[in-house]
Write a protein that binds this ligand. Sequence first.
Ligand SMILES: [Zn+2]
Length: 111
Amino acid sequence: MTTQCPRCHSTAVITKDLARKVGALIGTVGGAAQGVTGAMAGAEVGAVIGLVAGPAGAIAGGMAGAILGGLAGAATGCIAGAKLGEVIDERVLDNYACLDCELSFSCRHSA
Ligand SMILES: [Zn+2]
């Protein structure tokens, strides 16, 4: 499907995807923070188990848990943020920009 500019009917139209990019960024940071927080609880359990293996085992277990939790949270948050941003792009913002007359418009107005 080709999107046409409602003013000059040019097909040289790009999508800005601004909210999607911002949403993915916020989701990544928020998800990472949440993932680390969750991993901390897991790290404590790991540290207790690590006491059996010695202090080095507790530190290594805790670090691994926090890093893994952060990465998993960041990936999940990035996807969720991007999805949310996509909805905002489509329904709220003028996601399309005409390269010929520089008009910004949303898909609601396109033919
Ligand atoms: Zn145009």
